[in-house]
Design a protein around this ligand. Structure first.
Ligand code: ADP
Length: 490
């Protein structure tokens, strides 16, 4: 990757420099030529303009007794060579016959066969001055017709453009030198640039490879606030998210394994009991005392009930998990549900010599919820308080409203839950004291189901911190029911 990006950078730099130089060079050379052409015509126009009336007059006025007009014109032109810029090397003048274009003399020996008839000379032969030159031609010329002593001549000035050409050549070599220097600088710069760009990318790549191999321990260092810095930051965030997700997945996987182990274990115990009692009964048909047979059959029935119970609870949980469990929402008075729960457990509590106190405020609102399920939660937590409080205990059932929620709290002075177990009692099959729970017909699924029910209602079920012995558990329920916007009045 490093090499690739580097080559690209160098190529970009080189292309940039070359194209810049080509454009600048072409532009410069073109304007130098243009400048020379303009300057040439300006100079000729000035020479024949009002400022040099002498020159024009001397050209056109014949001296008395003059024999060779062309020679005189040539003499005048030689005298005024300075204002025409004639240097006799790159720029020369010629005197042409105004009617034929034949060369009659000049500052230099005319080429073999006379001066070439250019478009400007053709124009002058027709009587108009020729003042035109293309940028691409390798010469520039001007042809001005004059009349002297009744004869017409053409003053022809021819410039080889050598000055412009040599200047352009000079400029070209300068540009080439600049180009070479620019290329060296650009290669050096691209080395530097690629270092600042490629190094962080390389680090990022290394980091990604590490993460790809499952190592999330190293956070990539963010060295800049540019796009690469942002990319690194996003990558770190992504890696962290991935780590969390994987941890969650692993936890879920562990829970699933535990769950399967728990289910097997929970079902095996009653099955083993049923099997051994049934075997005993089968082995001793007609030999066992009737009252013993009765007791064994009772155990078998009990254990089958227990299995049915566990399976029913598991089915309920599985419906919650798959989202197939629909709430049957109705409106009902919350206070009535609390009171019904209280009435339902009163007898059981009295059997254990518990005192149960009910604290219900005067006005509690109607709630929209699945009444049967809410009652199931209430019964579960009150039954637990009765189960896990030694006989003669005190249980307080209180309810109330806070904002747009109603709540019910069950407080007991029973055995409570050791600190280490508090976080886990809502887990499936989790029981602090397995023997005690099983003895009282508990499956360890009651609180998990209760919590799922509260979640479905967008409410909560949780342990309240308290310093005294025993346990306080609290359920909270939104009055408007699940899926409804809060604060619609009422
Ligand atoms: P179980 O069917 O065993 O009662 P739950 O899910 O209802 O199952 O409760 C889970 C565990 O939480 C119980 O086994 C018990 O250890 C503990 N627990 C629940 N309520 C109380 C309570 N009021 N006091 C002490 N421990 C409790």
């Amino acid at each position: 990757m490093r090499r690739n990006l580097h080559i690209k950078l160098v190529l970009i730099m080189v292309l940039l420099i070359v194209s810049l130089m080509v454009v600048v060079g072409a532009f410069l050379m073109n304007s130098v030529t243009g400048y020379y052409i303009n300057d040439f015509y300006q100079q000729i126009a000035d020479a024949f303009g009002p400022d040099n009336a002498d020159f024009v007059r001397n050209l056109q006025t014949a001296t008395p007794g003059e024999e060779d007009g062309a020679a005189m014109v040539q003499e005048v032109l030689s005298a005024y060579a300075g204002i025409l810029g004639v240097d006799r090397r790159n720029r020369n003048f010629f005197v042409l016959d105004g009617a034929t274009g034949r060369c009659l003399g000049g500052s230099a020996v005319p080429p073999e066969g006379g001066v070439t008839v250019t478009p400007n000379i053709s124009a002058a032969l027709l009587g108009t001055p020729g003042f035109d030159s293309s940028v691409t031609a390798d010469y520039m010329d001007a042809a001005i017709p004059i009349t002297r002593d009744g004869h017409s001549y053409i003053v022809y000035i021819l410039d080889s453009r050598e000055t412009a050409r040599s200047l352009n050549a000079e400029m070209f070599s300068l540009i080439m030198e600049a180009l070479a220097l620019g290329l060296i600088i650009s290669v050096l710069l691209s080395f530097l640039l690629s270092k600042t760009m490629v190094d962080p990318l390389q680090r990022l790549t290394d980091g990604i490879e590490q993460v790809a191999q499952g190592d999330f321990s190293r956070k990539l260092e963010i060295t800049s606030s540019d796009e690469i810095g942002q990319l690194t930051e996003s990558f770190n965030a992504m890696a962290q998210q991935l780590e969390t997700n994987i941890a969650e997945l692993e936890k879920a996987e562990q829970q699933r394994k535990d769950f399967v182990a728990n289910v097997s274990h929970e079902l095996r115990t009653p099955l083993t009991n049923i099997k051994s009692y049934a075997e005993t009964l089968a082995d001793g048909v007609g030999e066992l005392p009737a009252e013993m047979e009765q007791r064994f059959l009772g155990v078998i029935l009990n254990e089958s009930d227990r299995m049915t119970h566990i399976l029913q609870d598991l089915l309920t949980l599985s419906r919650f998990d798959s989202g197939r469990s629909e709430l049957r929402l109705t409106a009902f008075p919350f206070a009535k549900a609390v009171d019904d729960t209280y009435q339902a457990v009163l007898m059981d509590a009295q059997n254990h010599a518990h005192t149960v106190e009910l604290r219900l405020p005067e006005h509690l609102p109607q709630v929209r919820a699945d009444r049967e399920r809410i009652m199931q939660v209430m019964m579960n937590i009150v039954s637990n308080a009765i189960k896990y409080t030694p006989d003669g205990g005190r249980i307080v059932l209180s309810a109330g409203q806070t904002g747009n929620q109603v709540w019910m709290e069950v407080d007991d002075n029973g055995i409570g839950i050791p600190k280490g177990d508090r976080g886990r009692i809502f887990e499936r099959f989790y029981r602090v004291d397995k023997a005690r729970s099983r003895q009282s017909g508990g499956t360890g699924l009651g609180l998990s189901i209760a919590q799922e029910i509260m979640k479905q209602h967008e409410g909560r079920l949780y342990l309240v911190d308290k310093s005294e012995p025993g346990l306080t558990i609290r359920m909270e329920l939104p009055i408007r029911g699940p899926g409804e916007e809060a604060g619609h009045g009422g």
